[in-house]
Design a protein around this ligand. Structure first.
Ligand code: SF4
Length: 242
């Protein structure tokens, strides 16, 4: 049976990567339990975190968020009052601050000019329109846009990252499209969407949120630059790809 996904994906030996990915999700849920990412954080703090975590470990992001909290800048109003030079200093711990500080200010400018400064109005924008708008902002690629949409604004959209790419490569779920050396971001998110297509639409945001968090958990514990497959919850699936 062929699966046709947007990223012109070709599959290797395994015929049903979406069903396998779904099983892998269940294995991870059994092993690690629900991750419930960012449930206690305010929307705007999640947006800040999505920018700050680019190319940076979360521990460094937490130091920047602590600085922003101490400066009263974890809300749109608070951040608006912080001059750019000070913002650079506050977010220095999470790196790339000369790029990330103006990017955060650009987000705020868009929020104010196009959405009346309201995160609720922003969140109520249809997903495809809002995704395109976010992608047009400086410093926002697909992973950041989708993390904002899913975790801050509650849109049912999957997020992919390097951990998921490694899992897909190592388990032979996907192969890069011709002429490419790596599996594309769109192929990873399409596969994720397809894996859960039969679940009720009302559950997709929750599932995509947990799925991404669980792949990060297994990536950190086992599937880094070097795979440590022993005792990995996904080892059983790896043998299917042999
Ligand atoms: S560590 Fe091994 S078994 Fe675990 S996800 Fe990575 S490749 Fe799969």
């Amino acid at each position: 049976m062929a699966y046709i996904l947007k990223g012109a994906v070709s599959f290797r030996r395994q015929p049903n990567p979406a069903a396998r990915l779904r099983r892998m999700y269940k294995l991870l849920l059994q092993a690690y339990g629900p991750q419930r990412w960012w449930p206690a954080r305010a929307q705007f703090e999640v947006i800040l975190g999505a920018y700050l975590t680019q190319n940076t470990a979360w521990k460094a992001v937490e130091r920047s968020l602590a600085n922003l909290r101490a400066a009263g800048a974890l809300t749109p109003d608070g951040l608006r009052d912080v001059p750019l030079a000070k913002l650079r200093r506050l977010i220095r711990p999470s790196g790339f601050f000369t790029r990330k500080a103006p990017a955060l200010k650009a987000f705020l400018t868009m929020l104010d000019k196009e959405f009346g400064g309201s995160l609720a109005t922003l969140a109520a924008t249809p997903t495809p329109t809002l995704r395109q708008r976010l992608l047009a902002l400086p410093g926002v690629g697909p992973e950041t846009a989708d993390a904002i949409l899913l975790y801050a604004l509650g849109h049912p959209i999957p997020v992919a990252d390097e951990y998921l790419r490694r899992i897909a490569e190592r388990h032979l779920l996907l192969a890069p499209s011709s002429g490419r050396s790596r599996i594309s971001y769109d192929a990873l998110t399409d596969l994720t969407r397809y894996a859960f297509v039969n679940d009720p639409a009302s559950t997709h945001a929750q599932i995509f949120s947990e799925f991404h968090a669980l792949t990060v958990a297994v990536g950190k514990a086992h599937c880094g630059r070097t795979a440590r497959c022993e005792n990995c919850p996904l080892a059983a699936d790896l043998h299917r790809a042999d």
